[in-house]
Design a protein around this ligand. Sequence first.
Ligand SMILES: [Zn+2]
Ligand SMILES: [Zn+2]
Length: 125
Amino acid sequence: MNCYRHQSIPAVGLCKTCFKAVCPECAADVGNGLACKGACEEKVLELNEMWDRSAKIYGVGKHKSRIPSSGVLLWLLLSCAFWFVFGYNYYRSDEIDYGTLAMAIVFTAGLGIAYFSARRTGLKC
Ligand SMILES: [Zn+2]
Ligand SMILES: [Zn+2]
């Protein structure tokens, strides 16, 4: 296979985004692949960054971890805070603060949903 721009020069590889054959003169090394110099270079770098980010989001590869996702932790923290405020108000005034109670229930429900959806999809965000 020869370079798509220089028909007489053998290609060294394929561009990562447009899959055209490129010769050493036309190829730009982007770390884990080749790109058309000037044309696809930027796109490949963007793609690499996107893959890296989605790897982080989906918790795969080197980013895999057993730590609960920050979303679940946030819900946990908020529900705890509202349950605490509710308990504290109830203890002090002996009256049920329905506003805080409702918030506490909402955040606890959110925690449950976040936890189970995180477990189902393995999503880490
Ligand atoms: Zn290209
Ligand atoms: Zn070329």
